[in-house]
Design a protein around this ligand. Structure first.
Ligand SMILES: NC(=O)c1ccc[n+]([C@@H]2O[C@H](COP(=O)([O-])OP(=O)(O)OC[C@H]3O[C@@H](n4cnc5c(N)ncnc54)[C@H](OP(=O)(O)O)[C@@H]3O)[C@@H](O)[C@H]2O)c1
Length: 287
C-alpha cells in the first residue's frame, strides 16, 4: 500500500500521516506547496507521478464564515478540487477516501442523522463539501466518504485550545447551548481512517467520538478537565451571530460504521481527557 494524504499540514491530515508512519506504511503528505488541488493539470500530474494505491483527501477550504464572502473560492477547492482528485484516482485505479462534514445536514429534529438521510446544508462550506461528495460518487466506485464533526487535535485551531486560552483570562464565558453534536479527536479518527483504507468496505460513513453534547457542555468538561475555575453561561445560537449558519442538530449516527464492522470510537470525554493529558505533558516539558 502506498498512500497520498492531501491537507497534511492541517489538523486531521497531520495525525493521519503520523498514524501511517507508526504503522510503517509508505506515504506522502502534501499541502498546497506540493500542488494546488484547484489546478487540474498539476493535480493529475502529481498524483499520477507518485502513483499511490490510496488517496486520503483531507485538503479543504475550511473557514466556514469566510466562505460566505467568497463562495466561488470555497467551491473551487471543496468541489472542483475534489473532483480533480477523484479523476486522478480513477486514472490510476486508486482507492479514495474523502473527508466530509456534519455541515451537509440542516436543523432537522434531534435524532442522529443516518448516512442516507436527505442533506440540507445551511452554509456555503457545507454545500460545497456536499458537492465534493457528489463529485466523488459520480467518478469512482472504490471510494470511502467519511463525514466527521467538531474535530480537535494538536495540529490546528480548535475549540478545546480556544477555551483553554480564554479560560486563562476570564472567570465567566458564554457558550452556545442549543447546537448538539459529538467532538472528535483527530488521533482517534486517524486510527479509524487508516484501518478503513486497508479494506474494500467502500461507501459513505459517519465517524466521531461516541456520545453527544452541546458546545456549552463541551466547554464545561474542558474547564473541569483542566481544573480551571470558569463559569459557563449557556446562550442560544441567536445570541452568537456568525456569518455562516450552523446546524443545531449535528448528531451523526454510527450505524453504518458499526454495521461494516469498524466498531465504536471511544467516548468523547475519554478522547478529551487523553488530548488534555498530552497537552499538559507538553506544557510541562517546555517549562
Ligand atoms: N476541523 C473540523 O472540525 C472539521 C469538521 C468536519 C469536517 N472537517 C473536514 O476534515 C478535513 C480536514 O480538516 P482540517 O480541520 O484538518 O483542515 P485544516 O486544518 O483547515 O487544513 C486544511 C488543509 O487543506 C490544505 N489546502 C487548502 N486549500 C488547498 C489547495 N487549494 N490545494 C492544496 N491543499 C489545500 C491546507 O494546506 P496549506 O497548509 O498549504 O494551506 C491544509 O493542509 C476537511 O475536509 C474538512 O472539511 C473538519
Amino acid at each position: 500500500m502506498r498512500v497520498l494524504v492531501t491537507g497534511a499540514t492541517g489538523l486531521l491530515g497531520h495525525d493521519i500521516c503520523e498514524e501511517l508512519g507508526n504503522r510503517g506504511i509508505e506515504f506522502k503528505g502534501t499541502s498546497s506547496k506540493d500542488f494546488d488541488i484547484t489546478d487540474k493539470e498539476a493535480t493529475l500530474h502529481y498524483i499520477s507521478t507518485y502513483l499511490p494505491t490510496v488517496v486520503i483527501h483531507c485538503a479543504a477550504y475550511t473557514a466556514a464564515d469566510q466562505a460566505e464572502e467568497e463562495p466561488e473560492i470555497c467551491r473551487n477547492v471543496n468541489a472542483n478540487g475534489t473532483s480533480y482528485i477523484a479523476e486522478a484516482c480513477r486514472m490510476i485505479n486508486a482507492k479514495m477516501l474523502y473527508i466530509s462534514t456534519d455541515y451537509v445536514f440542516g436543523d432537522t429534529g434531534n435524532k442522529p442523522h443516518e448516512v442516507d438521510d436527505p442533506v440540507h446544508p445551511l452554509n456555503v462550506y457545507g454545500q460545497t463539501k456536499w458537492e465534493g461528495e457528489e463529485a466523488v460518487r459520480g467518478v469512482l466506485r472504490k471510494y470511502f466518504i467519511v463525514r466527521i464533526s467538531w474535530v480537535f487535535g494538536k495540529n490546528g485551531r480548535n475549540f478545546v485550545d480556544t477555551m483553554i486560552k480564554l479560560g486563562k483570562h476570564r472567570s465567566e464565558i458564554s457558550v452556545v447551548a442549543d447546537q448538539f453534536g459529538a467532538p472528535s479527536y483527530s488521533k482517534d479518527l486517524a486510527i479509524l481512517l487508516c484501518d478503513m483504507v486497508q479494506t474494500e468496505k467502500y461507501g459513505t460513513y459517519h465517524a466521531c467520538n461516541s456520545g453527544c453534547c452541546s458546545w456549552a457542555q463541551f466547554a464545561e468538561t474542558i474547564f473541569n478537565e483542566m481544573k480551571m475555575n470558569v463559569t459557563v453561561h449557556s446562550i442560544p445560537t441567536e445570541a452568537w451571530p456568525a456569518k455562516a449558519m450552523r446546524p443545531k442538530n449535528s448528531r451523526l449516527s454510527m450505524r453504518s460504521l458499526e454495521k461494516a464492522g469498524f466498531g465504536k470510537m471511544p467516548q468523547w470525554q475519554d478522547a478529551l481527557e487523553r488530548y488534555i493529558h498530552c497537552k499538559i505533558l507538553l506544557i510541562n516539558k517546555n517549562t
